[in-house]
Design a protein around this ligand. Sequence first.
Ligand code: HAM
Length: 420
Amino acid sequence: MSMFNAPKGIPEYYPPESARFLAVRDTLGEAARRAGYGYIELPLFEDTALFARGVGESTDVVTKEMYTFPDQGGRSITLRPEGTAGVIRSVIEHGLDRGQLPLKLYYSGAFFRYERPQAGRYRQLQQVGVEAIGVDDPALDAEVIAVADEGYRRLGLTGHRIELTSLGDSTCRPEYRVKLQEFLRGLPLDEETRRRVELNPLRVLDDKRPEVQEMVADAPLMADHLSEQAAEHYESVKAHLRDLGVPFTENPRLVRGLDYYTKTTFEFVHDGLGAQSGIGGGGRYDGLMADLGGSELSGVGFGLGLDRTVLACEVEGVSVGDETRCDVYCVPLGEQGKRRLVSIAGQLRAAGLRVDVSYGGKGLKGAMKAADRSGARYALVLGDRDLEADSVQLKELATGEQRSVSLEDVVEQVRTVLAR
Ligand code: HAM
């Protein structure tokens, strides 16, 4: 038993598996960079009111899942449960939208939601996200979806699918909401669900209980009540996705857990993951910036869940990330050998190689075992006799082949063999 444990429901990544996490984060971030998104680094906590207002007062995220506490100055602080509200806050605060539009930003980091932990659902979760702000062009929505798809594909994933729908705009959504409420009020729902009908009727469509699912089977759907403009927008997004060769399925019952979405919304689903199958999601949020005190600019983006993407790679048997820690492992035998080899290790690192050293005076056998475990291709072994001959043994670990190389040009020699 350890004296302290990590807080409940938090995944930790340590070697060698952490290489997989890094590869997932870097590959998804690279997909965003390749499409012209610039990196933004934001605070892990913000004013509570930003999330209440941005994410929506009636969402589960705001009512049940936020880590909210007073700081030493008595302000109400919340650990960020998602990234979009913070990005928009920063854009407004620093006037980042005064330049060329769309403003394209991406981010990566930890988010916090007090959810019931289970496989794939954590209280600290990691995302790579993008936000494209200031242009309401369906081609941009398609780009955002294609960037995520490209990221997953680069990792080698093939078992994901995209669910897509439109949540309508400010003209058709309020009318639809009234229609849906009228329908839902006629159902024999329990007290709490009735309250939800008044606050956030769309969420009732997402109720997982089979008896509720049965009752709402004939509920009116937003996709059938889109305004002409919203319908045109949606058709155009689909056409661009087809042009981009990004396959999708329409799910008119898709409901997202955050309130800011308008028009295009989507989710990346991986069926190998069980209940927590959403590996990423996002959509358009045309009213958010104005709601947070900024201009009337539109936006579209996604958040991709890194923890679930790592699990998806495991489920598909996709190997990502280099688990080897070094290229060369140095084995000094004796004090003199150690002084010389530690200094050579420094030179090799300066030459751009990944180099580790056997510390602590291990014997040859123990040190060679450590060399094998390190994943290095070569070991450099330096004993007293080698030192007298001004040479060092260069051993290829996979074959056991060994030869003597001069200490003077060891850096060059090692670089040459590693380049092969
Ligand atoms: P979200 O759907 O709430 O969207 O989260 C995005 C992804 O984060 C999910 O698809 C899932 O993979 C992962 N995720 C969420 N909660 C957890 C959890 N408790 N444990 C593990 N993974 C989780 C957003 O956060 C929006 N900000 C995305 C967005 C950006 N929309 C527009 N722009």
